[in-house]
Design a protein around this ligand. Structure first.
Ligand SMILES: [Zn+2]
Length: 237
């Protein structure tokens, strides 16, 4: 096989390597995983905001409940004295009864505030439960995507290793200067540095070469390096 035919084999492997690398970087699962991660971040931000509001309401509810407990203690204390028989002065008994009545009104006010806080908290708790459910759904999807990506990357890496090995084997017989010329052309010409000449036409740029140029190629040896005068690629003739 001529050196140029070997170069074309290198080109074929390089093309497959490029395709495999592109495939690895553009897995649809990878794009979906980015979306899922963004959704998770947005969900966490919303959950943190709602969680702060819920905590604030819960603290308020706790304050009212503590206050309620202390008022109830006071009521029990006064009632205990009131019914203990220790106090007999009517004025004092009257004052204590008035005290109990006032404490009971206060208790009723606090109970209303506890109830308000509970009602305010309920939809926030429901929202947080909903966020948690969404989160676990997205996390499960992220796990599945991660696994699918891992498996595909493993497969692609194995194919890449095989291609690169075959590429190295094909490149052995190619002189260094030709190989580096090819590499330069490849990086300039969208990954294709060598193209076959088919029926007088460069398969890199699909333009037909002038008859004089074709004549010149015919007169050379199979290893003569000829560049396409349109695109500059190495022509395999
Ligand atoms: Zn060309």
């Amino acid at each position: 096989m001529s050196v140029l035919e070997d170069l074309l084999v290198v080109q074929e492997h390089d093309t497959v390597v490029d395709q495999l690398r592109h495939k690895k970087e553009t897995l649809p699962e990878q794009a979906r995983l980015r979306e899922v991660k963004q959704a998770l971040a947005a969900l966490d931000a919303s959950a943190a905001e709602v969680g702060n509001r819920r905590d604030e309401v819960a603290r308020r509810q706790q304050r009212h409940e503590d206050e309620l407990a202390s008022v109830e203690d006071k009521i029990r204390e006064v009632e205990k004295r009131l019914y203990s028989g220790e106090v007999s002065a009517p004025r004092e008994l009257q004052a204590m009864q008035a005290d109990v009545a006032s404490l009971n009104r206060h208790r009723s006010d606090i109970e209303d505030r506890v109830l308000e806080a509970m009602q305010e908290r309920e939809p926030l708790d429901a929202e947080l439960t909903n966020f948690a459910q969404q989160r676990s759904g997205l996390e499960a999807e992220a796990d599945q995507l991660g696994q699918a990506i891992g498996e595909q990357v493993k497969e692609i890496d194995a194919e890449l290793a095989t291609e690169l090995e075959a590429r190295e084997a094909a490149a052995v017989s190619i002189p260094d200067d030709l190989l580096s010329q090819y590499e330069r052309l490849r990086s300039k010409q969208g990954g294709v540095g060598a193209a076959r000449l088919v029926n007088g036409r460069c398969s890199g740029c699909h333009l037909t070469l002038p008859a004089t140029e074709l004549d010149r190629i015919k007169r050379g040896t199979p290893d003569t390096v000829v560049l396409c005068d349109q695109c500059g690629r190495i022509l395999v003739h």
